[in-house]
Design a protein around this ligand. Structure first.
Ligand code: ZN
Length: 479
């Protein structure tokens, strides 16, 4: 290990010293993004985009398997259209970007660059839905949206981000409720089974629900620093948009009925979650199922006869069971080790002259740093085994971390103390009054993350006001 290696690692701030700085260092050093020329925008670099593509591919498959179809809407929304649903416009007005001119000419009506597409879908649905035979309508779009945020951070909050938004119409309230649940389960599965991020499932309070929704379901995850991140939401829209946009159908008895709608989305924020749940002071740690490259082959003493040939041969062998790549550049192995650790590549395969003699290779796991010698004849099987183990280990490690950082608060004093000393999720009872929710936020900075589906009777009284408690809520400071 030369001086060069040391300097390389030093470019990343230790997460214990400054987590926010660690995050931006890793995002830059792992070459996930660059900053756009407009403040708060990001250029997603090829490695960052490859991670997004893998998340997208998994989710897109699940969206289609559950009967949905993809389509695409225009970027612009006429102001009058956005005004049609009162709660919705109130929620989004502070952060929309306006288009006022087309070329030199001032537009007769201002346009909004979509912050979300409920109203576009609603208008379209009002034209294409006539009878119960037209239902359900199960559409999704992959797109970008713009929200003029004041403070921004790559992936977590940016003026423009990528996402998918599902929008569906149903004949009954129950059907819409079932859809809302179903898509939340799909999101939870993507997070836990692929991103190795454990999630809490629940319902948002009235204060935190989506603007214009009947209710919002959410999955919440905990980052390494003890702050929460909303990782996906699924909204039951009820008939609000249907009433405002006149989306009606003739039911089987020939009566006009409004449709019941849902919408649901996940965004490039999930990449931020991935970084903050699994990363360490050496950089990213990408779960194998999502990693663009799962095994990186690094030849040792590659100038020696036969090493490169063997390294390429091994790469081909591994490629039968995993996404494999090789770095045969003339950079020093130490530089390469650091580089691929920074990028979070799950397994490194080292092979040099001595290994070739012994017909073995060295495999190094990114999550544990564990180094194993493997006979070349057992390479494929071992790679598959180690990748599966790492995938499992990352989820369990994150779950343990989250559970260790979850506490129960019985009174407001304890609530504040716990939040101060260890952050994380706080489980506490709530009376259901928004005044208490506001007070908790104002005095502690914590927000209600969700009313979990799995309720526990932690106490009989509200943690804030001491009145009779209605539900148990997860609270946390959040991104
Ligand atoms: Zn209360």
């Amino acid at each position: 290990m030369g001086k060069k290696n040391k300097q390389f690692v030093e470019k990343v701030t230790a997460m214990e010293d400054d987590f926010a700085k660690w995050y931006t260092d890793v995002v830059k050093q792992a070459d996930l993004v660059d900053y756009g020329s407009v403040r708060g925008t990001m250029i997603i670099r090829p490695y960052g985009y490859a991670i997004w593509e893998n998340i997208r591919d998994v989710l897109d498959r699940k969206i289609k398997e559950t009967g949905h179809q993809n389509m695409y809407f225009p970027l612009f929304i006429p102001e009058s259209l956005l005004q049609k649903e009162k709660d919705h416009i109130e929620g989004f007005a502070p952060e929309v970007a306006w288009v006022t001119h087309g070329g030199d000419e001032e537009l007769q009506e201002r346009l909004v660059v979509r912050p979300t597409s409920e109203v576009l879908f609603a208008e379209h649905y009002s034209k294409i839905i006539h009878s119960y035979r037209d239902l359900p309508k199960l559409y999704n779009q992959w797109s970008n949206v713009v929200r003029w945020e004041k403070t921004t951070r790559p992936f977590l909050r940016s003026l423009e981000f990528l996402w998918q938004e599902g929008h569906t119409c149903h004949a009954t309230d129950e059907d819409a409720a079932e859809e809302t649940n179903k898509m939340l389960e799909v999101y939870a599965s993507v997070c836990e089974d692929y991103l190795a991020i454990p999630v809490l499932k629940g319902r948002k309070t009235e204060k935190e629900k989506f603007a214009g929704a009947k209710y919002t379901l959410t999955i919440e995850s905990l980052m390494h620093d003890g702050k929460a991140l909303q990782s996906g939401t699924s909204h039951h829209l009820g008939t609000g948009f249907a009433e405002s946009f006149d989306i009606r159908f003739l039911d089987e008895e020939g009566k006009q009925q409004p449709v019941h709608q849902t919408s649901w989305g996940i965004t490039t924020r999930l990449i931020g979650a991935l970084i903050m749940v699994h990363g360490d002071n050496r950089g990213l740690v990408i779960p194998p199922k999502i990693a663009p490259t799962q095994v990186m082959v690094v030849p040792i003493a590659q100038h020696k006869e036969g090493v490169l040939d063997k390294a390429y041969e091994l790469k081909e062998k591994v490629a039968k069971v995993a996404r494999a790549d090789i770095d045969a550049s003339d950079k020093m192995p130490g530089w390469k080790f650091n580089e691929y650790e920074m990028k979070g590549i799950p397994l490194r395969l080292e092979v040099g002259p001595k290994d070739i003699e012994k017909e073995q290779v060295v495999l190094v796991r990114r999550d544990t740093g564990e180094k194993v010698f493997v006979a070349m004849s057992e390479l494929e099987a071992t790679v598959e085994k180690l990748l599966a183990e790492m995938q499992h280990n990352l989820l369990e490690r994150a779950r343990t971390h989250r559970d260790e950082k979850t506490s129960v608060a019985h009174d407001f004093h304890q609530f504040k103390e716990l939040l101060e000393s260890k952050l994380g999720f706080i489980k506490a009872m709530w009376c259901g009054d928004q005044a208490c929710e506001d007070k908790i936020k104002e005095e502690t900075g914590a927000t209600s993350r969700c009313i979990p589906f799995e309720q526990e009777q932690l106490a009989d009284t509200c943690v804030c006001c001491g009145e009779k408690a209605e539900t148990f809520v997860y609270w946390a400071k959040a991104y």
